[in-house]
Write a protein that binds this ligand. Structure first.
Ligand SMILES: Cc1cc2nc3c(=O)[nH]c(=O)nc-3n(C[C@H](O)[C@H](O)[C@H](O)COP(=O)(O)OP(=O)(O)OC[C@H]3O[C@@H](n4cnc5c(N)ncnc54)[C@H](O)[C@@H]3O)c2cc1C
Length: 317
């Protein structure tokens, strides 16, 4: 069973998630059921080409979305279907739902999955530990294994053509909410999602304030890149928390990650473990980031950003 929750889109990460659930279902010789709540029509349509069944849960307006009713509905569907594996994404809802759903279904919860295998009929999940410094393979001794997956961990596979049944479910039996939304604010979204970005320019505490982030934005524009940040820069209020990369932020997999004035704490590195190339600019030659990058420049960012932007613009024509 794979779960598509509000906020998920028809992007590489979600396509990979559904494809992985389909692959595992074939290996276990069980049905692949996609349970969807409040997702775009094109994603639902994609799911019908990848699953035996799609179960659509009732949804409220996206702004009214709350964990409890969704959890209750997933619990009801899960209790009916008795899945061996429940796959969730990397978004905040999925991460919050995974352990709670595992508890209600009396299964186990495993986070940050990078690979899922069936060995001796048991579900084994490969995940990073110690801030991504080591890899652990975890065996699910009780089922269902409720697993949230690392963004873009799985490759998309060819769609299958078998007929798929779409059912509308009435929802959960207990949607009493222990919490209530008391305020809503909408953040203007622009550009590509960080999880899908090919190039990321990221700034840290060493930038010294919010102003240099405007300069970083200009550099990013010239590189057709997205701007991100370390937790220190987000916590200082210089940029939105939605830009945070790392263990408690977003996990990204760009072709190039340019870390400017970021020391390279293990929690930050965890978010960029899947970056193809990491480049860093830092005044401290001993900064840990230099042990984790392919290209490093020991220099004050103020001397680099302007000339770098000019050169890129020149070569762009
Ligand atoms: C449970 C937990 C979860 C965490 N999750 C995250 C997370 O998800 N993401 C995250 O980022 N952090 C996370 N952290 C925090 C993490 O441990 C670090 O504190 C944080 O990453 C440091 O951010 P930074 O590199 O921007 O700042 P610093 O470590 O202060 O580094 C600033 C760097 O800027 C350099 N510098 C200073 N001036 C200049 C200049 N003029 N030009 C160039 N370089 C300069 C310095 O040499 C230094 O290396 C977490 C911590 C905990 C305990």
């Amino acid at each position: 069973m794979s779960c598509l929750l509000p906020g998920m889109e028809l992007d590489r990460a979600t396509i990979g998630l559904v494809a992985e659930a389909e692959r595992i279902a074939r290996q276990l010789s069980v049905e692949h059921v996609v349970v969807a709540s409040g997702v775009p029509a094109e994603l639902l349509q994609h799911a019908t080409r990848q699953a035996d069944r799609v179960v659509v849960l009732p949804t409220k307006e996206p702004g009214d979305y709350q964990i409890e009713p969704c959890l209750a509905a997933l619990h009801t569907v899960g209790a009916e279907l008795k899945p061996r594996l429940v796959l969730l994404g990397q978004d905040t809802y999925s991460q919050e739902i995974a352990p709670r759903l595992a508890h209600r279904l009396q299964g186990c919860s495993i986070g940050d999955a990078q690979r899922i295998e069936i060995r001796d009929e048991k579900i084994h999940v490969t995940r990073g530990v110690y801030g991504g410094k080591a890899i652990a393979v975890v065996r699910a001794n009780v089922e269902p294994a409720v697993v949230w997956t690392r963004s873009r961990a799985f490759a998309a596979e060819p769609e299958r053509s078998a007929a798929c049944q779409v059912e509308h479910h009435e929802g959960g039996t207990d949607d009493s909410s222990g919490s209530e939304i008391i305020e809503r604010s909408r953040e203007a979204a622009s550009g590509v999602r960080l999880e899908d970005a090919q190039v990321i320019v990221s700034g840290g505490r060493g930038l010294g304030g919010p102003e240099p982030f405007a300069e970083l934005g200009e550099l990013a524009k010239s590189m057709k890149a997205e701007v991100a940040a370390s937790r220190a820069a987000c916590d200082a209020g210089w940029v939105s928390p939605s830009l945070q990369i790392g263990q408690t932020g977003k996990k990204v997999a760009p072709e190039l990650y340019l870390a400017i004035a970021i020391s390279g704490a293990s929690q930050h590195l965890m978010g960029i473990a899947d970056a193809k190339v990491v480049a860093a600019i830092n005044t401290d030659a001993d900064a840990p980031i230099f042990r984790h990058c392919q290209f490093g420049l020991v220099e004050d960012f103020r001397k680099v950003i302007g000339p770098l932007k000019e050169q890129i613009e020149e070569s762009n024509g």
